[in-house]
Design a protein around this ligand. Sequence first.
Ligand code: URP
Ligand code: ZN
Ligand code: ZN
Length: 479
Amino acid sequence: MAERSLLIKNGTVVTATDHYEADVYIVGETVQAIGRNLNVNADEVIDAAGAYLFPGGIDAHTHMELPFMGTFASDTFETGTLAGLHGGTTTIVDFAIQTQGSTLNAALDDWHRKADGHAVGDYAFHLGVTDFNPETRKEIKDIIEKRGVSSFKTFMAYKGALMVDDRQMLGLMEETGRYGGMVTAHCENGDLIDELVSQHRAAGHTEPKYHAICHPEIAETEATGRFIDLAWQGNHPCYVVHLTCEGALNRVREAAKRNQHVNVETCIQYLLLDDSLYEKPGFEGAKWVFSPPLRKPKDQAALWSGITQGLIHHVATDHCPFCMDQKRMGQHDFAKIPNGAPGIENRVELLYSEGVAKGRISLNTFVDLIATRAAKIFGMFPKKGTIAVGSDADIVIFDPQAQHALSVGTQHMKVDYNAYEGWQLQGKVRTVVLRGTVAIDNDLAKIGKGFGQYLARAPYNRPLIGEIAKGAKQPPVYQ
Ligand code: URP
Ligand code: ZN
Ligand code: ZN
């Protein structure tokens, strides 16, 4: 049987490098042709006049159904990826987190059980290593080469639960580096945080704002520098997740002076929100209790500069939602508030509105930040992350003229607040195509549970073409 075809006419294709008016012809799951006035017959035609065509968004930092701090993140792979699709994100990279004392493969099996047959959008996994030892070391090679997971997450905070020490970090960098893997890190000094938490608890401080006070900028700056230095020592690639502040960014700048390349992610909330939200009355500040916490306006300014200076490569969400009754586990103790907040549905539209529409970043930088660079770093490009002949037809048809407001009442994320309630946005996702199928059209879902596919990724910074690309020891191809 012939594969179904879809023609998207008259849109403006935007990639990380170009933008031009063209029709996009899709056959089956991939882009077949791009050109002006394509003379083809298609089963379905969409007129995208006046709209941008962006590559489907990639969110490289999500936590669906994460078991954390005595509860679970409230979005499942089904609800979370569907919410992402509504907001223009077609692929996520979620963290399969090892339980200390258990194996890495068990964590991956566990996350596959949660996602396979459930996710609506496409998904891949990073592996969160919480216990690196001689046994888990043996698992690394096959996880990279056979299971399609080439990035490994470490936590330098959450002592006693997720945190690894520097020796484990070094061992993990060494072992993953052998096979083209890369270590990523949540950079905060766990001991400093724990000490501050003890002091504030002893002083009887309970409110949400003490979470931020106990996670100071210096805790992130120190750990970011240490992580980068450990990678430098062994000549390993590295990726800093959710960088939030000027001090940490300056450690990245220092590394650049010695010609070290550091891959850096920030999250949309750190660009747009600041720590004055913790001063809201009552328990409301708990909505923004996550780690690292929101910072000062001077840090937001530093992050925008970091983007324009090419030091920050991806804007993710760290989507890890908890409902307010879950947050209330910490009503009388700020350190018991589950850390995390929702964002997957709003990232693309927020970054367009606050970034492109307000003149802070170009359209091409926007596409790089929401999709292309993450695809390159994490071994998904050019299958994902661009609009090109042969790539997966993951396309967001985006109306730059539409205006709308964000609200919990209209969102699809399974959580009872929106971190940007009432924000007025310029530009809106109109239609989303995932592997050639219309997934979302004018706010209506056209696909459902189980449509999403697992994406086995290539080694760090290598193209994903045909079978998983090999040859990680060759020089990087994208940087
Ligand atoms: O507060 C956060 N960020 N929760 C999710 C886990 C993590 O640290 O990324
Ligand atoms: Zn983190
Ligand atoms: Zn996270």
